[in-house]
Design a protein around this ligand. Structure first.
Ligand code: HEM
Ligand SMILES: *[C@@H]1O[C@H](CO)[C@@H](O)[C@H](O)[C@H]1NC(C)=O
Ligand SMILES: *[C@@H]1O[C@H](CO)[C@@H](O)[C@H](O)[C@H]1NC(C)=O
Ligand SMILES: *[C@@H]1O[C@H](CO)[C@@H](O)[C@H](O)[C@H]1NC(C)=O
Ligand SMILES: *[C@@H]1O[C@H](CO)[C@@H](O)[C@H](O)[C@H]1NC(C)=O
Length: 477
């Protein structure tokens, strides 16, 4: 009996001690305020709670009110310092590889592959980035412009002939096909298996509880990745069997590189990278594009101004039916403001994660080495001190962006060394699509268009519109 009592009290004491340690982590210095939540679970559930608002997530809002702009918490089993401060976020981006390193939750590395760009460091990383930039850098995009225009016009023409079009899925499929064509010359009409379907299965289970048993979303997600990877692998091997004379896509580039002596690239790394690029490109851009069309519907004065800019481009031309040129693309001043404003309010990437490599002092607080730092772009993009009336969609606020500390107050595409390599590609695709849309079509809403954030942006009911061709005399001007 006594022994049992002693055991029970020892057990209680160690549990209490453990819970105490959980709630009060050790730190040589002064941890920011905040709560570590429940043991193990932390505040994970609160973080993922869905909300239909475009405002700063209530998880962040409540805690900044209570604790200030920098606070501690625990998410998916990791101690986390949340930064809503532009200064700290900027510092974190600038110190990449020195004080901080890119880090994503273990479930992410499991599903994205261990070799993906997000978790590669140093030399290998720079090398992969250069490979990506040959395709999506300035010169590559210049070459791609006519093709992007053709595809956008063809798709819009097709949709306008239908009763209605669901923009979220349709733009995703358009962008996926284009990216797959550029990266691996994939032609969906040619293969029996649908590569995109596997990606859709993959994405659906991406933010789900990591239980790998048949029937769960997570299981389907892993299976989707597996099948997509197998397809990519077959394609790569087929191509290695009969290489082409003029390298033109990413596969050619990879194959050339793999044949070099002493190369550090492996087939596995190349395939993981391909997967990440396909994934990163189509979901993000289609969300931004769909939301931007929603904004155009809700803000007629913005639609009017955007249309004027694009009609002016047509007017300046000798032949209004000629192709869009790079020079014309560069002249779309208002369109770029429109895209920035869309990205600011979309907050497609609601959190960017880093790992602290050692103890770091910031404004009297200590960020312990090994902890995760979560930079929170929505908290900056929707802060009324940085953007007046932050929830109003107003592209013109970007007119003065040069003097506005834009690099510190705008992080929709990340910052520092790991700034999104797809930024220019996304902007080009959006601008060209919008050009075709506003000069040739009108549309009206049929259904959907409502959003939900978990905290990632989603259109739970899609966004269905009816597109009609505009007559030549229908001008806003
Ligand atoms: C609206 C569209 C997009 C948004 C909002 C977006 C956002 C971001 C953000 C915030 C990061 C930084 C992540 C970090 O620091 O950990 C990032 C990185 C990245 N993005 Fe994008 N992105 C978009 C489109 C694209 C496209 C079209 C591609 C593909 C060509 C792409 C490829 C990448 C890659 C490869 C990285 C990793 C770069 C690195 O780690 O250095 N993104 N993106
Ligand atoms: C959604 O977010 C808004 C703004 O942060 C907040 O006021 C509201 O209470 C949240 N709703 C729910 C159900 O959490
Ligand atoms: C399929 O692949 C062949 C050869 O790679 C190509 O000539 C053809 O245009 C492709 N597309 C279709 C739809 O068959
Ligand atoms: C869009 O935002 C970026 C900040 O990342 C800024 O450099 C650029 O000038 C902005 N574009 C416009 C048209 O304001
Ligand atoms: C830019 O940032 C600096 C320091 O962070 C601040 O003093 C200055 O007022 C800012 N400028 C504008 C135009 O917001």
């Amino acid at each position: 009996m006594w022994a049992l009592c002693i055991w029970a009290s020892l057990f209680l004491i160690s549990i209490t001690h453990w819970v105490y340690r959980w709630r009060n982590p050790k730190c040589r210095g002064n941890l920011p305020p905040g709560s570590m939540g429940l043991p193990l679970l932390g505040e994970t559930l609160q973080f993922f709670r869905p909300n239909t608002s475009s405002d700063i997530p209530s998880f962040i809002k409540e805690r900044t009110k209570k604790y200030g702009p920098v606070f501690k918490t625990s998410l998916v089993g990791r101690p986390v310092i949340v930064s809503t401060e532009p200064e700290l976020s900027y510092f974190v981006f600038q110190q990449e590889g020195r004080c901080f390193q890119s880090w994503y939750p273990e479930t992410f590395t499991e599903i994205f592959g261990r070799q993906n760009v997000g978790s590669l460091h140093g030399f290998m990383y720079k090398y992969l980035k250069n490979m990506v930039l040959t395709l999506f850098g300035h010169e590559g995009l210049k070459k791609m412009l006519p093709e992007i225009e053709q595809i956008a016009c063809r798709k819009l023409d097709l949709w306008s002939s239908q009763d209605s079009a669901e923009l979220k899925d349709e733009t995703a499929s358009m962008i996926f096909d284009l990216t797959a064509k550029k990266l691996i010359s994939h032609d969906p009409g040619n293969s029996s298996e649908n590569l995109r379907e596997n990606f859709v299965a993959f994405i659906k289970g991406l933010i789900s509880f990591p239980f790998d048993i048949p029937g769960t979303a997570y299981h389907k997600c892993l299976k989707g990745r597996e099948r997509a990877m197998r397809m990519l692998k077959n394609m790569l091997q087929e191509r290695r069997g009969n290489p082409r004379k003029n390298p033109s896509d990413f596969f050619d580039y990879v194959i050339e590189e793999l044949q070099k002596e002493g190369t550090i690239l492996t087939e596995e790394i190349a395939l993981d990278l391909m997967f990440v690029l396909l994934f990163a490109s189509f979901e993000t851009t289609s969300l931004a594009l769909t939301l931007s069309i929603k904004f155009l519907t809700d803000y007629p004065s913005v639609l009017k101004r955007l249309t004027e800019e694009h009609e002016a481009i047509l007017r300046e031309r000798e032949d209004p039916d000629s192709e869009l040129t790079w020079k014309e693309y560069r002249s779309m001043t208002y369109t770029f403001q429109f895209i920035n404003e869309t990205a600011r309010l979309a907050n497609i990437v609601p959190a960017i994660f880093r790992k602290a490599l050692r103890d770091i002092q910031f404004k009297g607080y200590t960020i312990p080495g090994g902890w995760t730092v979560m930079v929170c772009p929505p908290a900056v993009h929707l802060n009324p001190d940085r953007y007046e009336y932050p929830l109003v969609f107003n592209p013109s606020r970007w007119e003065a962006s040069e003097s506005n500390n834009a690099s510190k107050n705008f992080m929709a595409f990340g910052g520092g060394m790991r700034f999104c390599v797809g930024t220019d590609f996304t902007k080009l695709q959006m601008a060209v699509f919008l050009h075709c849309l506003v000069t040739k079509y009108r549309w009206r809403e049929i259904s959907g268009g409502n959003i939900i954030r978990t905290p990632g942006l989603q259109f739970p009911n899609g966004y269905r519109v009816k597109l009609t061709k505009r007559g030549n005399s229908e001008r806003y001007t």
